[in-house]
Ligand binder design. Sequence first.
Ligand code: MLT
Length: 398
Amino acid sequence: MSLNIKLNENFFNVKKSYLFSEIAKRVKEYSEKNPEKKIIRLGIGDVTLPLPRVAVTALKKAADEMGSAATFRGYAPEYGYDFLREKIADYYKRFSVSRNSEEIFVSDGAKSDVGNIVDILGDNEILIPDPVYPVYLDSNVMSGRKISLLKGTRENGFLPMPGSTEKKPYVIYLCSPNNPTGAVYSREQLKAWVDFANEAGSLIIFDSAYEAFISGDYPHSIYEIDGTDSCAVEICSFSKTAGFTGTRCAWSVFPDKLTVGDTKLSALWSRRQATKFNGVPYVVQRAAEAVLTDEGIKECKALVEYYMENARIIAAALKNSEIEFVGGENSPYLWLKCPKNMGSWEFFDYLLESAQLVGTPGAGFGEAGEGYFRLTSFGSRENTLEAAKRIDALFGKN
Ligand code: MLT
């Protein structure tokens, strides 16, 4: 017999499966039918290099502490251990940003924070760039919010601006460097967004998960822009910078001055986390702390440099194939126009069938991504070189 309860019917309005689950399903089906074929996966942005040495050393040491009665720890504080919150606050000094450790909330992932922040926000109108990381849209659709999309196009450099958008209080999601296009907002552009937000009392949720990949003169944190304390939450992650996709650690910043009337957003977030989250494991927080030491940052830079060399290898193959693309300069993602005017999923199938190469269909990041495709530079060097060879073989001009 079926249940008689009511469901959250908003779930009927999201796509049936999550983008990366759908890709994994299609690749599994192909691989089962073609077991002899070597598939190269440049789809989901999952890292392949091992953890930095400092992180492994810290994990082992912390594991030993957990195995001794004198140093064992139980529940971690819901907001993160002070040692890590302080280290993250220190990290911001590199960008001349001053943050208080109490404004920093450690979590198990930027994806969780991006998805969970909806809990503390009311029925606001939402502005979301398109194309962008699908969690922003999905989590707001699941909550039944009214959503307007801001198109990122070749003409605006995939960096939508407020332009003539009506001035009213929105919740605005920004991601810079952008996933999937790799486009990065300049200081002036971010300032325009901050001014727009402050004029009507809007909130910006700024996802800086890819800041470590910036090599040009762009802001790494939205707090580098004046006036941001009153309008922005920032969410950042150790996943891509330090290879923590499977280790899980991230943080969100809720500035003390971020208020609605006299309610601090940080107070609601604290309350939410205390009720629904039990903290990141001690061993993981020690590893994250190690990653933010000078030595750790040096090791992470080497990881980033390795992936950016992969990006250059893919970029060279795309250039040689006269495939139009952007990204890969301040971001681990390359965003390309599907050749021969193919649709995103059509190109996905074509590339899988003819080159056993997996990427991410642009349409999965929003309607404006239709006709585009994302390749990640997070593969191993060997697989990246092989992928470049296969692109050359299919489309190369020389
Ligand atoms: C991506 O491939 O866009 C991301 O890795 C997915 C994620 O971070 O959840």
